[in-house]
Design a protein around this ligand. Structure first.
Ligand SMILES: Nc1ncnc2c1ncn2[C@@H]1O[C@H](COP(=O)(O)OP(=O)(O)OP(=O)(O)O)[C@@H](O)[C@H]1O
Ligand SMILES: O=C([O-])CC(=O)C(=O)O
Ligand SMILES: [Ca+2]
Ligand SMILES: [Mn+2]
Length: 651
């Protein structure tokens, strides 16, 4: 009995456990099976969403497979080594995810130029290159954290990473292939950013980059777009070795929809980013171990010896500065936003002058922060993301940018708390040029698609380290062109390698490092468009007041914002103006919300003689710089050229 009772007791306990079916059991027999349940395979691209019926379900299913193959083939062709004239065997996916099985689907070599030798002649021809194709931010986070030293998740969810030894662009290491097709078009020689190289040397560097990339187990490939104007959209492919670079470009270029990706075809332009690998200094034209090489005819760019991601972004911008003017479209190093009433403003300015900060405005729609086109249709952003400086970033002064630094955002070279992963934006231990790259839709009032009507206001931003330019002045057309061609600012430390403190600099079209044609070509287009559309131009000093750098202080962002508000609202047009000495700038006597005494810089200087000396010194620098342009005509109108020459400082 006792034993019976015991048995019953045990049975009842067992029953209780077995019958606890409040949670259904998992449909897996092993841990591996359980894990495989976690990830849902994306439904394979099926029938085309738009043209269903035109070629029937059966044939479109085949063409999907073909499309997949064509895509792999196109990637293999991108990575083709020139000497072997064949692309590597490529296969999609992470190599670590398929350790056990050998890749099964090598690229069929249909094309003539892709036909591999029957017997592989090198070790690299025996291996597969794994392609991580247009990965999502989540996948790229995992890759970065697993495989890239110095990658962490910040407390706000951004991917904090390091760009290595280079934390800014290297303009002196940029080379452009000079050949018969561009010899007469491009701007060469003194002042030009286009330092020439020959095609052979380009090929040497290209081979070096491609061999490096092919030697890796895996490379990242991004297929994306540039330019929100659908008529002038450019397809770009970025091949890179780091998840950081892939995520950066995912954020900065326009992201294709699934459907657009299916029909992507072959790219118009390809970047080979082999940034961890140096160039060979024994190669002709090389003056360091860094080389950024542009070959317009081949539609290719090679990056060696720098991991700074801005090189990719700005390399593509150079390309657009070549392609767009050919189509009578003006490319601009500017931010752009639009008011509720549809009024568009452009913000020109060199690095660090406030394009991103001032175009990001809670009261206006953001069209873009750095690169635009102005065509007969209006303005369009070239990019799909923003690249904000974040040194001394504060939630109070720049809330939209602060809030955009979340999951998906790349945070470069910032310093954070080891435990909480909270970023200290004041810390310059790695560099002054700390940056955040985020998709434009992370700004709540972004205007998607990023296009707008013709600009009403054109704002030239200058960060004057001498402290003698007024916080705001109204420009006539000749003055606008004079200042646009001059492109004056103090280069703020950081964005360009080696610049440690502000120095006066002149950079034609507020972006000489990126233009490809002579500055007067862009200037003539700007003058023509401003006249045609009746835009008003303003010169805004976002730099120093009450003395030069070291003595004075930077103009408060809150005041600059008030000035910009008055430009947008139209109220500044109604102000009373006086004219300054030397530069002949029209300055308003009052701006709402801004102390009037700051509007005329002389008021703020304790030492008036020092002010006058400094003003003349800057005027002299302007004059010396402009001498280089005195022999060029701006547009077909020679009177405009004369007016522009006369619109500089008079002393
Ligand atoms: N009065 C001011 N006006 C504008 N920006 C200011 C002002 N005072 C300080 N700043 C700071 O100056 C920096 C301006 O950088 P911003 O990112 O806008 O440069 P950018 O013109 O977009 O340059 P880049 O082309 O390199 O991206 C920001 O860090 C901003 O906080
Ligand atoms: O290109 C970069 O690294 C950042 C930038 O926008 C500029 O310098 O104009
Ligand atoms: Ca910027
Ligand atoms: Mn820029």
């Amino acid at each position: 009995m006792a034993s019976n009772g015991t048995a019953n007791g045990n049975a009842s306990i067992k029953l209780e456990i077995c019958h606890d079916d409040s949670v259904p059991p998992v449909k897996a027999q092993t841990i591996d099976q359980l894990h495989s349940l976690q990830k849902k395979k994306p439904s394979a691209p099926t029938t085309p969403k738009k043209q269903q019926g035109t070629d029937g379900l059966f044939s479109s299913a085949i063409s999907d497979q073909e499309r997949q193959q064509q895509q792999l083939q196109s990637i293999s062709a991108s990575l083709a080594s020139l000497t072997r004239e064949t692309g590597p065997k490529v296969v999609k996916g992470d190599p670590s995810a398929r350790k056990a099985e050998a890749p099964k689907a090598p690229v069929p070599h249909h094309h003539h130029h892709l036909t591999a030798p029957v017997v592989p002649i090198s070790d690299s021809a025996l291996k597969f290159t794994h392609i991580l194709y247009n990965l999502s931010p989540s996948e790229l986070y995992e890759q970065a954290i697993k495989y890239e030293k110095g990658s962490f998740i910040s407390s706000s969810g951004a991917l904090a990473t390091l760009s290595g030894a280079k934390t800014g662009r290297s303009p002196r290491d940029k080379r452009v292939v000079r050949d018969g097709s561009n010899e007469d078009d491009l701007w060469w020689g003194k002042g030009s950013p286009n330092i020439e190289m020959d095609e052979h040397t380009f090929m040497v560097n290209r081979e070096r980059a491609v061999d490096y990339l092919n030697s890796l187990d895996k490379v990242y490939v991004n297929d994306q777009f540039l330019n929100w104007d659908p008529e002038h959209r450019i397809k770009v492919r970025i091949v890179s070795a780091r998840a950081y670079h892939s995520l950066f470009m995912h954020n900065m270029c326009i992201r294709p929809t699934e459907e657009e990706l299916e029909n992507y075809g072959t790219p118009d332009f390809t970047i080979y980013n082999a940034g961890q690998f140096p160039c060979n200094r024994y190669t002709h034209y090389m003056t360091s171990s860094t080389s950024i090489d542009l070959h317009l005819a081949r539609r290719e760019m090679v990056i060696l010896g720098t991991q700074y991601a801005g090189e990719m972004k700005k390399g593509l911008f150079s390309l657009m500065h070549y392609l767009m003017p050919k189509r009578q479209i003006l490319s601009l190093h500017s931010g752009c936003n639009m008011g509720k009433g549809g009024d568009v403003a452009l913000f020109f300015g060199l690095s660090g002058t406030g394009k991103t900060t001032l175009s990001t405005d809670q009261n206006r729609y953001l069209i873009g922060d750095d690169e635009h086109c102005w065509s007969d249709n209006g303005v369009s952003n070239i990019e799909g993301g923003c690249y904000a400086k974040c040194i001394d970033l504060s939630r109070e002064k720049e809330p939209e940018i602060w809030n955009a630094i979340k999951f998906g955002t790349v945070l470069e070279n910032v310093v954070f708390d080891e435990h909480t992963r909270e970023v200290d934006y004041t810390d310059k231990s790695v560099t002054e040029n700390t940056r955040a790259a985020y998709p434009i839709e992370y700004i709540p009032n972004a205007k998607i698609p990023c296009v707008g009507p013709h600009p009403k206001n054109v704002i030239l931003l200058s960060c004057d380290a001498f402290g003698v330019l007024p916080p705001v002045s109204k420009l006539n057309l000749a003055q606008t062109m004079y200042h646009f061609i001059s492109g004056y600012t103090a280069l703020v430390a950081g964005t360009v390698e080696g610049v440690k403190e502000p120095t006066a600099t002149f950079s034609a079209c507020f972006g000489a490092a990126f233009i490809m044609l002579h500055p007067t070509k862009y200037a003539a287009m700007l003058a023509e468009k401003m006249q045609k559309h009746g835009a008003t131009a303003w010169l805004v000093n976002t730099g120093w007041s009450a003395g030069s750098y070291g003595t004075g202080n930077r103009i408060k962002l809150a005041y600059t914002r008030k000035i910009i508000d008055a430009i947008h609202s139209g109220s500044l047009l109604e102000a009373n103006y006086t004219k300054t000495e030397v530069f002949g700038l029209e300055i308003p006597t009052a701006v709402e919300g801004v102390p009037s005494e700051i509007l005329d810089p002389i008021n703020m200087w304790a030492d008036k003689q020092a002010y006058k000396d400094t003003l003349l010194k800057l005027a002299g620098l302007f004059r010396n710089n402009f001498d280089g342009f005195a022999n060029y005509d701006i547009g077909k109108d020679s009177t405009l050229t004369e007016q522009i020459l006369a619109a500089g400082p008079i002393f």
